[in-house]
Design a protein around this ligand. Sequence first.
Ligand code: FES
Length: 144
Amino acid sequence: MTEDDIRTQVAPHQHKLGGTIHALHQLMRAYGYIHPEHLPVVADVFNISVAEVRGIVSFYEDFKTHPPAATTIRICQAEACQAVGSRELTKELETAYQTKLGRRGNDIELEAVYCLGLCATGPAVQVNDRLIAKASVEKLQVPG
Ligand code: FES
């Protein structure tokens, strides 16, 4: 990844409303995460400080600053899913994959999310790009 590669990803968003956010999403799509080398390029293109870019990246949970795990399991922690067992499911998944919510285990990362749009059929979980309603450990079928 060269500076020119990064600039090629970022520059098309320079004059858009909310362009910095669009540019960071583009870097996530292209590289899977925001690398420290991305920050000064984004800052330069948008004429803001590196600290401002870092602040945006740290504020939004969707912007990752480490390479993604092979499997990311996002477990809804919002009220409707809590009412039907998302906290218990979270504990079961932590035990099954020997990791904790917000930490990365053996190629599996468990993340909290606050609504996946499946409120009536919770607990809701997203495994990489796949949405799962009425989720259970058995239903996820993720290699551990
Ligand atoms: S509250 Fe869990 S999907 Fe909406």
